[in-house]
Design a protein around this ligand. Structure first.
Ligand code: PLP
Length: 429
């Protein structure tokens, strides 16, 4: 950034940018540069980033090794855009992905490069399941979030986003997520009975699509048993089992896939966000070979596969996933994060939700959660809410965050809970 751009004012955004913008309303500063878990505004003020591009920056901002690989590639005039032609960058990514991710897990899924957003990967997965089965209906879950293009939005629960469609959202039946009716009701059993009853009114599904942890829907974490039951139900009823790993994957909940070690083998997996490792747009669907029935160009797009992202994604796989060291580091940080959040939650009689480094505190109301997030921002921490009523304060720190930054961010959070909830408690007494 040049000095002159630093003096540009926020008025330009008000004047020119669409009103649809959202995060900039919570964090109304001009951001300039970022490194690791720190992001700096144009006045040089540093913020700890507990939002991390909504889990697109699991390896932090501008990881030096990923950046070096990209600079080297650009310097040598590597292909920037190649439609879906064979390029060395794409071969590098695919061979690393096969060697480091698929093979060690006994997976032989094909990699489909969709348009570069998560929503496009979801669109592709739903289209493919419908094409494979010849059925239209898709089962998705309460509080699920799968993107805002019309097909993905139909599978999304969030009322605010659905309201933007202005057209009927069809082809999807909602089922209750794990725990939706409390711990004593097994919602997978309910779904199974409905699908087993030809007069339940639910058409035979093409697919069941699920997040293992609902990132936007309030950090509801499904149990491995429930997920295995859902996979089994999908298969018994002739549907494809799709895991949307766009937010929970790439180490966010522990393993590379959020379902690692759960005994699951989804027919389709969607990935985006942190896949490129550096915040560059890259999305894929992973497809069991027998379901890779696409005809050439049936799901097309100009930006399918981003060569710069292939370079950083391959570097991220080599750096973080060549052995189990990074997953161990994430597990250790997740343990520390859980202990700190439990302590805050205990103080105010609240509940910690989520899994791994995808944890948050349910505060009881959207108004309280946003007051806490505002207070955090005033004190140098970027953090957002999640849930039906935006009632969960959600920590999505980069997985690579230094322990000192993680502790400092949690200190800011603890103080914000104290000043918002402590003050209300004192006023009520
Ligand atoms: N699926 C999940 C689970 C997500 O969390 C998101 C985005 O938050 C999407 C799909 C949509 O991804 P994108 O915003 O890149 O379209």
């Amino acid at each position: 950034m040049t000095k002159s751009s630093n003096v540009t004012t926020l008025a330009t955004f008000d004047r020119v940018e669409s009103r649809v913008r959202s995060y900039s309303r919570s964090f109304p500063k001009m951001f300039d540069r970022a490194l690791g878990a720190r992001i700096y505004d144009s006045e040089g003020q540093s913020y700890i980033d507990f939002l991390a591009g909504c889990s697109s920056l699991n390896y932090g901002h501008n990881d030096p090794d990923l950046k070096a690989a990209l600079i080297d590639y650009v310097t040598h005039d590597g292909i920037a855009h190649g439609l879906d032609m064979f390029t060395q960058a794409k071969e590098l990514f695919l061979s690393s992905f096969e060697r480091l991710i698929l093979k060690p897990r006994g997976l032989d899924h094909r990699v489909q490069f969709t348009g570069p957003t998560g929503a496009n990967a979801v669109e592709a997965s739903l289209k493919l399941a419908r094409k494979v089965t010849g059925r239209d209906n898709v089962i998705s879950f309460t509080n699920g979030f799968h993107g805002v293009t019309l097909g993905a939005l139909a599978a999304t629960g969030n009322g605010k986003h659905r309201g933007g469609a202005a057209t009927p959202l069809s082809g999807v039946t909602r089922a209750a997520f794990d725990g939706y009716y409390g711990p004593d009701i097994n919602t997978a059993d309910l779904l199974d009975s409905q699908l087993s009853d030809p007069s339940s009114g639910i058409d035979a599904p093409a697919a069941i699509i699920v997040e293992t942890v609902q990132g936007e829907g309030g950090l509801n974490a499904a149990s491995p048993e429930w997920l295995r039951q859902i996979q089994d139900i999908a298969h018994r009823h002739g549907a494809l089992f799709i895991i949307d790993d766009i937010q929970a994957g790439c180490g966010r909940t522990g393993g590379f896939f959020s379902f690692d070690g759960m005994g699951l083998k989804p027919d389709i997996v969607t990935m985006a966000k942190s896949l490129s490792g550096m915040g560059l747009p890259l999305a894929v669907t992973l497809i069991k070979p027998q379901y890779d029935v696409w005809k050439p160009a049936e799901h097309n797009g100009t930006f399918r596969g981003n060569n710069h992202a292939f370079i950083t994604a391959a570097a991220a796989l080599e750096k973080f996933w060549a052995d189990g060291g990074f997953a161990d580091e994430v597990a250790e940080k997740a343990g520390y994060l859980a202990r700190r959040l439990e302590a805050i939650a205990d103080e105010y009689g609240l509940r910690v939700k989520g899994r791994g480094m995808m944890l948050g505190i349910e505060t009881g109301s959207g108004e309280q959660a946003s007051a806490i997030c505002r207070r955090c921002f005033d004190n140098g921490l970027i953090i957002e809410t999640s849930g039906s009523f935006d009632e969960v304060v959600k920590v999505l720190a980069p997985l690579t965050i230094a322990k000192a930054d993680l502790a400092a961010g949690l200190d800011i959070m603890e103080a914000a809970f104290g000043s918002v909830l402590g003050a209300r408690r004192a006023a009520a007494e």
